[in-house]
Design a binder for this molecule. Structure first.
Ligand SMILES: Cc1cc2nc3c(=O)[nH]c(=O)nc-3n(C[C@H](O)[C@H](O)[C@H](O)COP(=O)(O)O)c2cc1C
Length: 158
């Protein structure tokens, strides 16, 4: 795997956080959790979905309130987030807009409930000129499920 690696992730209910922590443990990479304003998304999936759909309709994205480190220092960024409506969760899209000039490799990882949908394709669609490689996409209530072996295999290819 590449030498200087940064893990950036958004997690509303803790699943992506858990996955990001596993990746951190495996890689020793720097890690940072992205936050949106506390009151942006309700503490409920269905209500969050309403905000997500409203934002999509209005073409707006939640602001990221986390200060990013100097990303050019890293040769790879692993970007994690939950699957929302078969797509990339909007805080991750906000991040992609913040790093448009990043020159290194970008590798997505995601965790959904039962359907990954078009996560990888949607991520690429929002990534502009970023150099996006194949991601690690798992589900909590269907396959593919997380396993140390599949994670290690993905990390080896980066
Ligand atoms: C707005 C919204 C939409 C979602 N859409 C999907 C989906 O299309 N497919 C899926 O498998 N899970 C979906 N989920 C479930 C989350 O992807 C899943 O619970 C994920 O593990 C949550 O990650 P987190 O704990 O890091 O927030 C959705 C959740 C929310 C809040």
């Amino acid at each position: 795997m590449a030498r200087n690696v940064l893990i950036l992730y958004y997690s509303q209910f803790g699943n992506t956080a858990k996955l990001a922590t596993s990746i951190h443990r495996e890689t020793g990479a720097d890690i940072l959790r992205l936050r949106v304003p506390d009151d942006y998304f309700p503490d409920d999936m269905e209500e969050t979905d309403k905000i997500f759909k409203r934002d999509n309709k209005l073409g707006q994205l939640p602001p990221i309130v986390t200060k990013l480190p100097n990303i050019q220092y890293y040769d790879t960024i692993l970007i994690g987030g939950p699957v929302w409506d078969g797509k990339v969760a909007s805080p991750v899209i906000s991040l992609l807009k913040m790093i448009v000039n990043y020159q290194g490799k970008v590798a997505p990882f995601s965790i959904g409930w039962s359907d990954t949908g078009n996560y990888q394709a949607d991520f690429i669609a929002h990534a502009g000129k970023l150099n996006v490689v194949s991601g690690y996409h798992v589900l909590t209530h269907a396959t593919p499920k997380f396993s140390s072996a599949s994670l290690a295999s993905w990390l080896r290819k980066l």
